[in-house]
Design a protein around this ligand. Structure first.
Ligand code: NDP
Length: 278
C-alpha cells in the first residue's frame, strides 16, 4: 500500500519547516505517510483542496494567508476553530466531509507552559498584532487566567474589535502602540508580521516588567529583532516560535493519526540544525 498523503498549503510556502517536522514525527512513531509543501494562492485554494482530498489526500495544514478561507471551507469545525474564526488543520472524515481544527493556540500554550515553564495565571500579558495568529491564541491565553491581557495593534480598530469579540472569556483590552506608554507586562507576545520584514514593533522601551519574558511567534534562522529586544531588556526568557510550530504540528498529527509524537527531541533537532546552518 502507498503511504497516506498530507501537505501544507500557503502563499508563500518556500521556507516552511512543516514537511521536516512531520517527517521527524512519522519516523519517531513509525507512521507510514508523506507530507509535502505546496504554494497555493488564495484564488486557487478551494479547488486545490477539493482536488487533494478527491485524489486520496488525508489531511492538510493551512498557513498565511489561507486560514480564514480554510475555516469557511470546512464542513464542520472543532469548538476552538469555531471560536478563532481561523483553521490551520483540515482532516478528511470517513464520510467524505472535511473537518477543520485550529491547533495554534494549544501549540503556543504547550510551548509557553510545558517547555518554557511560564505561568500565565495572574500575569499581565501583552499581545502585539491582531491578525489571524492572534485570533487563534486569545481563547487559550485567557483560559490561563491572566490578570490583564492587552492587544496592541498598528490598526487600532482591529485590536478593539478583537477585544470586544473575546471579552466574555476574560479581561481583554485593545489599543494602539502609543497607548502602551507607562504600562508594564510580565509576558509580551509578538504576533505581528513585523519580524518577517526584519522590523521591530514600535514598543515603549520600558514595556517589559523586571523578570518578564518575550516570545516571538515568528521564527527565523537568526534571532528576530523582537527576540534581540527582549534579550537587551534582560528578559527571563526571550525566544522565537519554533517550539509553537512543533507543538501545533504535533496536535495536527494527533488529530490525523491518533498518535501523539514526542515534541522535545524534534525541537532539539531543529534548534541544532539552526546552529549548524548559522
Ligand atoms: P496576519 O497577516 O494575519 O497579521 C499580521 C499582523 O501584524 C497585523 O496585526 C498587522 O497589523 C501586524 N503588522 C504587520 N506588519 C507590521 C509591522 N511592520 N509593524 C507592526 N505591526 C505589523 O498574520 P498572522 O497573524 O497570520 O501571523 C503573524 C505572525 O505569527 C507571523 O510572523 C507568523 O509567521 C507567526 N505565526 C507563527 C506560528 C507558529 O506556529 N510559530 C503560527 C501562526 C503564526 P495591521 O492590522 O495594522 O495591518
Amino acid at each position: 500500500t502507498r503511504p497516506d498523503r498530507y501537505a501544507v498549503f500557503g502563499h508563500p510556502i518556500k521556507h516552511s519547516q512543516s514537511p521536516r517536522i512531520h517527517a521527524l514525527f512519522a519516523a519517531q512513531t513509525g507512521q507510514d505517510l508523506v507530507y509535502a509543501a505546496e504554494d497555493v494562492p488564495p484564488e486557487r485554494f478551494e479547488s486545490r483542496v477539493r482536488e487533494f482530498f478527491g485524489s486520496g489526500g488525508r489531511g492538510l495544514n493551512c498557513t498565511v494567508p489561507l486560514k480564514e478561507l480554510a475555516w469557511r471551507l470546512a464542513d464542520s469545525r472543532s469548538d476552538r476553530a469555531e471560536r478563532a474564526g481561523a483553521v490551520n488543520t483540515l482532516a478528511l472524515r470517513d464520510d467524505g466531509s472535511v473537518f477543520g481544527d485550529n491547533t495554534d493556540g494549544i501549540g503556543l500554550l504547550r510551548d509557553l507552559r510545558d517547555n518554557l515553564g511560564l505561568d500565565l495565571a495572574g500575569a499581565k500579558v501583552l499581545v502585539l498584532g491582531a491578525g489571524g495568529a492572534t485570533r487563534g491564541i486569545l481563547a487559550p491565553l485567557l483560559a490561563e487566567r491572566p490578570a490583564r491581557l492587552v492587544i496592541a495593534n498598528r490598526t487600532i480598530a482591529t485590536a478593539e474589535t478583537l477585544a470586544a469579540e473575546f471579552g466574555d472569556l476574560g479581561p481583554v483590552e485593545g489599543c494602539g502602540f502609543a497607548d502602551l506608554a507607562g504600562h508594564r507586562f510580565d509576558l509580551i507576545l509578538n504576533a505581528t508580521a513585523a519580524s518577517l520584514s526584519g522590523e521591530l514593533p514600535p514598543l515603549p522601551a520600558d514595556a517589559l516588567a523586571p523578570g518578564g519574558s518575550c516570545y516571538d511567534l515568528a521564527y527565523a534562522f537568526e534571532p528576530t529583532p523582537f527576540v534581540r529586544w527582549g534579550r537587551e531588556k534582560q528578559a527571563s526568557v526571550s525566544t522565537d516560535g519554533i517550539g509553537m510550530l512543533v507543538e501545533q504540528a504535533a496536535e495536527a498529527f494527533l488529530l490525523w493519526r491518533g498518535v501523539r509524537p514526542e515534541t522535545r527531541p524534534v525541537i532539539e533537532t531543529l534548534e541544532a540544525e539552526r546552529r549548524t546552518v548559522k
